[in-house]
Design a protein. Sequence first.
Length: 244
Amino acid sequence: MSGIEGKVIAITGASSGIGEAAARELARRGARVVVGARRTERLEQLVARIEADGGIARQRALDVTRLDDVQAFVEFAREQFGRLDVIVNNAGVMPLSPLSALKIDEWNQMIDVNIRGVLHGIAAALPVMQAQGGGQIINVASTAGHRVWPSAAVYCATKHAVLAISEGLRQEHDTLRVTVVSPGVTTSELAETTSDAGIKAWLQDFRQVAIPAEAVARAIAYAVEQPDDVDVSEVIVRPAASAN
């Protein structure tokens, strides 16, 4: 199925930022979207907005760190619409700090959400797409997957991992489209997960030049709308004025 209209698209981390913007953009273009996140009240508001605009959407509570939860999310999409054409593994956290701060719980949180969450999305969606004979997995990484900054070592490592996992998945399957979308600084709540006061101040300055989440949503839509035999392997989208 080429294009966007009529496709069933599941999106993780859809309660704000890129996930929310992607849901609205894809629904506007005719997709049937299924949104998941932990903040269910936000999801309810999102679905209401999409439906008020004439779109089709469903929502389900989702914790991407739990494989059974992600599998249930994918099964929910199939129950609602009969298939799953695309999954957007978007959920992510970014609590930055120097390694010397030894914020091991935050390291583990990034590993659990940013890496394990993507793997859970793949594990849940891949059997469904193989049985259908095709599908698309879109993993949201970051320009942090292409370089490293002080105090961002673990976060950058998780995004480097998303690129490696995605490329391995692409090479292993010739009937599956695999796309990485790597945003630069984007207007979102991501930086709010940083607890280190000094790094938070640095982030506020670093993030002065940013693109809206809707710009990244359009990049996701571009990858989805391509013909079935065209795989957009990676899209890097960043502010024109950004050096990073």
